[in-house]
Design a protein around this ligand. Structure first.
Ligand SMILES: C[S@@+](CC[C@H](N)C(=O)[O-])C[C@H]1O[C@@H](n2cnc3c(N)ncnc32)[C@H](O)[C@@H]1O
Length: 234
């Protein structure tokens, strides 16, 4: 039996097929730039930067971002497109970064939803640990309320309404992808100050897709000190 595709393999295939190459940035980029400029932050980490549709406008808007991605193909395409940024790209996940390194800005757009609920939460926690005290984290993740498409099975449903699907068709076939509820995000970011409270952003799918896709967009500030169950180092 063949081993299931990893997320990195699935994304490598997608980027080779031309994913995002002619796509404009998401509108959330303007909110991210405004919040960064307002906070005087210029340096950050972009987790899951892909081939740059959002990273490049953020860089051109004045942010010096380290781009991180598990897809070698995404990193290669981005370095080809902007050789001036090649030295600021890193192939790998959050665990592959130097232990204890933190940034005043951490950005994750459509990345922390990979895997089941436990994996998605571990990614959010790992990203939170990369935010310097007083720094900002900007998150865009799949939201409950989405008309999930294409074919999939629901493999997990939590009491907070968050759920996980395993796609049985399409580019994410075989992958588990998580959809967050507002209560789930509130719990994950308990103790953080909402700079842009989580708001739902809906996108109608183009044919042959059906229905709409909802994502939470939010910006939180890490307090100087956090108490409770969120380990801040390691
Ligand atoms: C939906 S794409 C979004 C790409 C980019 N943020 C954008 O909006 O254009 C998700 C990206 O996250 C990357 N990714 C998935 N899991 C990751 C992880 N654990 N660490 C780093 N990158 C990851 C994928 O390779 C892919 O490039």
């Amino acid at each position: 039996m063949r081993a299931p595709r990893t997320a990195a393999q699935a994304w490598d295939e997608e980027y080779r097929r031309g994913r995002y190459q002619d796509e404009p940035p998401v509108a959330f980029v303007a909110d991210i730039l405004a919040a960064a400029h307002g906070a005087g932050a210029t340096n950050g980490l972009y987790v899951g930067c892909g081939n740059g549709r959002n990273l490049l406008p953020l860089v051109d808007g004045g942010l010096d971002l380290l781009g991180l991605d598990i897809s070698a193909e995404a990193v290669r395409q981005l370095a080809d497109r902007r050789p001036d940024r090649a030295g600021r790209l890193h192939h790998g996940d959050l665990d592959s970064l130097p232990a204890g390194a933190t940034w005043p800005l951490v950005i994750g757009i459509q990345v922390f939803q990979h895997g089941d609920c436990g994996q998605a939460h571990r990614q959010v926690r790992a990203a939170q640990r990369r935010v310097a005290p007083g720094g900002l984290i900007r998150v865009r993740v799949n939201a409950v309320g989405t008309d999930v498409w294409p074919a999939h099975e629901v493999v997990e449903r939590a009491t907070d309404d968050g759920f996980t699907v395993r796609y049985t068709a399409g580019s994410k076939r075989g992958l588990d992808i998580h959809f967050f509820s507002r209560a789930e995000l509130d719990q994950l970011f308990a103790g953080w100050a909402p700079v842009l409270p989580a708001r739902p952003h809906r996108t109608e799918r183009d044919i042959p897709g059906t229905g709409q896709w909802t994502q939470w967009e939010a910006i939180w500030q890490r307090p100087a000190e956090l108490i409770g169950d969120q380990p801040l180092t390691g």
